[in-house]
Design a protein around this ligand. Sequence first.
Ligand SMILES: [Mg+2]
Length: 189
Amino acid sequence: MAKGVPIWLLDIDGVINAVTDLPDRRVWRGHQWVRTAAASNEDIEWPILAATPVLDFLRQVHEQGRAEIWWHSTWQHNSVNVGTALGLPSWPVRECPEFVSMDAVLAAPLLSTKRTWWKLPAALRVLDEGRPLLWTDDDVRHQLRAADTRPWGNRALVLAPPMQAGLTPRQLRRIDRWLRKWPARPALT
Ligand SMILES: [Mg+2]
């Protein structure tokens, strides 16, 4: 049985950053989208398009101590730039020695029996520590099979948002229900 406050591994592109030029108004209404930019390697500024209800939900989960949120993204240490640009609390980047370089990530073939997705070992380490795992990553649908996550049972909730919208209202409700099963840390004041 997993114990403690859940660890939330949070991807950026396709999860809180909608990968599109035009926000999807069927998912969130027009006024709910915000645009900004954040610097990645070599100070290249990338556009960020995020839905305020998603940002508000993340802030609330953090403030209420319902999960420990960690960045788990190809943005790696630059993830904090995205958090700052969006006015989010400062979350740590999940340690991930399996991330070698962006070039290596782009060169890796999709779903192959002979390799492990670089993001997976960090998720497995959370479960090995006995912590409940919430993992939101749009690439899960390409990189993991149902057989990979089935043994995790209720200890984990793994969600793949639609890349061009990011987390949806329905997924936020599902996360809310799942988080209710676990104890929260004392709320931040
Ligand atoms: Mg992504």
